[in-house]
Design a protein around this ligand. Sequence first.
Ligand code: C2G
Length: 149
Amino acid sequence: MTDVNQSPRTILTYGTFDLFHIGHLRILERARALGDRLVVGVSTDGFNATKGKKSVIPFEHRRDIVAALRCVDLVIPEENWEQKIDDIRRHGVRVFAMGDDWQGRFDFLAEYCEVCYLSRTPEISTTAIKTDLEPERRDHLEAVTREVG
Ligand code: C2G
């Protein structure tokens, strides 16, 4: 919680958030619950190209969807791998949080803030959704949706 004479406890996370799904929402809500304010870096289309990822939904839409969430206070563009330290400093970040598919990959940030890996929501991913939208996989998507709840 924010102490009267302290700045808000700001949390930072990053992601592509393509075909926004419940796994994205849960990690953002859980990251927000670690503090008082959540800053989210949304990967630009150019940065995704360097990750070898091409999102279905363009950056501007992914950005606006994430920015509209009640648990998100600020969205910034994620344009490269190197910006995290500057972002931590610029936004007074106390905790860097990511899903645990990134376990260990950002431990170097512990010099600047707490680093926290949160467990992923099982059974759902953007890749799986794309696959499941293929006609022969439609019933699988419905089953997973029911299972994830
Ligand atoms: N996530 C999750 N559960 C899922 C799918 C994703 O908790 N079923 C989490 C990921 O662990 C990540 C966030 O949602 O913390 C965003 O996931 P992606 O959009 O796939 O982001 P990614 O491509 O991993 O980019 O610099 C870091 C990168 O920008 C992360």
